[in-house]
Design a protein around this ligand. Structure first.
Ligand code: ZN
Length: 70
């Protein structure tokens, strides 16, 4: 669905693997391990950044996408 919608609007679609995006700190890259789904917020044990689970994952996906297109 995203592929044809991007084509309609002349946008570029970059597909990235979502693996570990909710486990890795988007600020320092520390891998904090799996968390139960009911955990919505967490604090990085390495850099102390407090994360919203979904926003942190979204930032990681953005970083992967930007890296993929160089
Ligand atoms: Zn961190």
């Amino acid at each position: 669905m995203l592929a044809y919608k991007c084509a309609w609007y002349g946008k570029r679609l970059v597909v990235v693997k979502p693996n570990y995006t909710s486990q890795i700190c988007s600020h320092c890259g520390y891998h904090s391990g799996p968390k139960p789904l009911q955990i919505h917020e967490w604090t990085c044990q390495s850099c102390g950044t407090h994360h919203d689970r979904d926003i942190n994952a979204a930032v990681n996906i953005l970083h992967y996408g930007l890296k993929a297109i160089g």
